[in-house]
Design a protein around this ligand. Structure first.
Ligand code: NAP
Length: 490
């Protein structure tokens, strides 16, 4: 990718609010800058939506709801499928844009285009498979009809770490189900969502079905939208503390909610594991997305008998990672999203070192422009360390050791989170026991990446409510209605 590619892409981006099919300035006339985290320089500025713009977006979504709900499912699916195709045609632009605004290496951004766009293709296929059932009550006196109906206008709040996939994972099933949408992307990464909205327009999405309101005032814009009785659904991906606040706000109107919240994933390596597979899986589970993933392995829980060998092999691979701007060849680790993220990761590492952790590699920020943190491996982390309780969101491996299976399960479950767990063992029965005993919404058994559009993504405990993707994903956007009718033979 050249500097010219970047200038052409940024110069052609939509940077207004999308409301009711029009790209507009914010009602307050303000704009905000989007920065490149690898240099700190301004990429472009976008319109800064006011709370009034949020309500105008909901007006548009509410006005478009009935017509979209009664659009034939095949037609809704074809628009989504068309958008998927356009995303393939523009995959280089989408990947470059994500690397520019978020920092991840370009190869990973290209991977996210594949993963994220797949939610449009997958749900284009699900749109025509929304079914119900017809049954006889046990008494034989009645016939029950169960039908599915779009929930209605939805409000989506997305995070910065997967700017494409976290939006498409919600937009795809909502549009397939017949719901209209207002999206508030993360302030740090609004550009990918704006380009995705333009692509959906090009694919033929009618005005008002999707509205996008980037803003620097997330709370102030969100509150009146959630209070408005026309809104029927909130879907949020982000941190658990913000999610809890939103659940409380959504309670006022008894809104349906889907919550994809934080994680604290254990990565268990048993003494019978294939260590090559475990190290490969560890690199993916930890360093994908610069460690800034809710699914990132946060705690490596390794059997004492193989811990030294696992740590040495993993450290050798981590030491070979090239740190740099995500657009450069061979870079495996881009910048963290901002200075606060660097400070947070470093505080966690220093706390662990202060409690006796052994530093095998790295252990601090990288000097220079941009917000980089050195790939780090710390071993023999003390159980009281903050790093074992907190999402690190950076390229840091922290290793604790165990001696028997029950202890491994106890350590893994000792967290209020329950998003994903990784388990490496060659023993099938042990793998099955882990499926039953680990408190988790998802598990990688001898694999380091679990995300897939065909699978129900989501957590238990404080990692969230609801599922995105798979056959389950569309049900987040459908209400079940049941009708009792008399027996036709009465
Ligand atoms: P965050 O601070 O919770 O922000 C997420 C989104 O919420 C952003 O769009 C943010 O807007 C908005 N927001 C913040 N305060 C708000 C408020 N009072 N009212 C309405 N919206 C508000 O999380 P983040 O740092 O961007 O993302 C990282 C977190 O997301 C991690 O905890 C990660 O585990 C989680 N995550 C979970 C999943 C999953 O599927 N479970 C996937 C990816 C990420 P601004 O950008 O304007 O602040």
């Amino acid at each position: 990718m050249s500097v010219d590619d970047e200038a052409r892409l940024l110069g052609g981006l939509p940077t207004g609010l999308l409301i009711g099919g029009e790209w507009r300035d914010a009602s307050g006339g303000e704009r905000f800058d989007v920065l490149d985290p690898s240099t700190g320089s301004v990429l472009v500025s976008v319109a800064d939506a006011t709370p009034e713009d949020g309500i105008a977006a909901l007006d548009a979504a509410a006005a478009a709801q009935d017509a979209w709900a009664s659009t034939a499912p095949r037609k809704r699916g074809e628009i989504l499928r068309g958008a998927w195709q356009l995303m393939q045609d523009r995959k280089d632009d989408l990947a470059l844009l994500m690397t520019l605004e978020m920092g991840k290496p370009i190869a990973e951004a290209a991977g996210e285009v594949g993963y994220g766009s797949e939610f449009f293709r997958w749900f284009s296929e699900e749109a025509v498979r929304i079914t119900g059932r017809y049954g006889v009550n046990p008494e034989g006196s009645g016939r029950t009809i169960v039908s599915q109906h779009p929930v209605g206008p939805c409000y989506f709040i997305t995070p910065w770490n997967f700017p494409l996939a976290m939006a498409t994972r919600k937009i795809g099933p909502a549009l397939a189900a017949g719901c209209t949408v207002v999206v508030k992307p993360a302030e740090l990464t609004p550009l990918t969502t704006l380009l995705t909205a333009r692509i959906l327009e090009e694919a033929g999405l009618p005005a008002g079905v999707l509205n996008v309101v980037p803003t620097t005032r997330a709370g102030a814009l969100t509150e009146p939208v959630l209070r408005d009785p026309r809104l029927r659904k909130l879907s949020f991906t982000g941190s658990t503390p913000v999610g809890k606040r939103l659940i409380a706000q959504a309670a006022e109107n008894v809104l349906r909610t889907s919550m994809e919240l934080g994680g604290n994933a254990p990565f268990l390596v048993f003494d019978d594991a294939d260590l090559d597979a475990a190290v490969t899986g560890a690199m993916l589970a930890k360093f994908r997305n610069v460690g800034e993933a809710c699914t990132a392995a946060n705690r490596f829980i390794v059997h004492e008998a193989v811990a030294d060998e696992f740590a040495e092999r993993l450290t050798a691979k981590v030491a070979a990672l090239k740190v740099g701007r995500g657009t450069e060849d061979g870079v495996g680790i881009g910048p963290l999203i901002n200075r606060a993220a660097v400070s947070k990761a470093d505080d966690l590492v220093q706390d662990a070192i202060g409690r006796g952790a052994e530093v095998r590699l790295g252990g601090g920020p990288v000097d220079g422009p941009g917000t980089f943190y050195a790939p780090t491996v710390i071993d023999r982390v003390d159980a009281a360390s903050d790093i074992l309780r907190t999402e690190i969101f950076g390229p840091v491996v922290s290793i604790v050791r165990f001696t028997d299976e029950a202890e491994a399960v106890r350590i893994a479950n000792a967290t209020e989170f329950g998003l994903v767990s990784y388990v490496f063992t060659k023993d099938l029965a042990r793998g099955q026991r882990m499926i039953e005993r680990l408190q988790t919404g998802m598990m990688g058994l001898n694999v380091g990446v679990i995300s897939n559009a065909s699978a129900p993504f989501g957590g238990v405990k404080q990692s969230g409510i609801g599922r995105e993707g798979g056959a389950e994903g569309i049900h987040e956007y459908l209400d079940t209605k049941y009708t009792m009718t008399p027996s036709p033979f009465a």
